[in-house]
Design a protein around this ligand. Structure first.
Ligand SMILES: Cc1cc2nc3c(=O)[nH]c(=O)nc-3n(C[C@H](O)[C@H](O)[C@H](O)COP(=O)(O)O)c2cc1C
Length: 171
């Protein structure tokens, strides 16, 4: 499949079959995240894979969407700011960008092998932190639901390319 076809194929999936995700498929998704580029190759994150019913329920308590409970797997992408590269001019880190690229690699790899994902950012961080048992220095930034899709997803609505892209300058 050409990359552009895969990019079109990946849609957010918010309904999952109860079937579990095999270790082999899960590994392929995680491997795509592992291979993602990061600033200065510092890889300032960890992926927490949640599959146990009790632990999934603890995560679901931190997100209002009922569909979240259907996902057989949730991957929490947790950033470690102390390990992130800092820009020398203003000490800004790009840790969220690093995590987002890893997440995007995982969603695309999942789509490539027929699995569905949805990014979840609108969670209650207090509940999610407690559910994952992360230390203070670690931030759960993104939750990715993962499973066998039970829907085709919504049509892609995007800005037309003429409104999105400017050439040479903002004008
Ligand atoms: C950073 C980020 C956070 C998101 N958070 C949520 C969320 O909390 N709940 C949800 O249902 N979808 C969430 N989404 C999914 C977006 O709504 C979705 O990607 C967008 O509507 C485009 O649809 P598509 O993914 O099907 O192409 C999030 C996506 C991104 C990139």
């Amino acid at each position: 499949m050409k990359f552009i076809e895969l990019a079109k194929k990946r849609v957010s999936i918010r309904s999952y079959k109860p079937d579990s995700v095999s270790d082999e498929l899960l590994h392929e998704v995680l491997e795509a995240g592992r291979l993602a580029p990061t600033a200065c190759n510092l890889q300032p994150f960890q992926f927490v894979v949640v599959r146990e019913k009790e632990n999934l329920a603890a995560l679901a308590a931190g997100y209002p969407g009922d569909w979240f409970k259907e996902a057989p797997v949730v991957i929490a992408i947790c950033t470690q700011i102390s390990k992130a590269w800092k820009r020398k001019y203003d000490e800004r880190t790009l840790v969220d960008v690093d995590a987002a690229i890893a997440a995007d690699h995982m969603t695309l790899a999942a789509a490539d092998i027929g699995l569905g994902t949805c990014w979840v950012g609108a969670f209650d961080p207090k509940i999610i932190r407690k559910a994952l048992g992360v230390p203070r220095t670690v931030e759960p930034l993104i939750l990715l639901t993962l499973g066998h899709p039970n829907e085709t997803g919504r049509p892609k609505i995007r800005q037309p390319i003429e409104k999105l892209v400017r050439y040479e300058s903002w004008k």
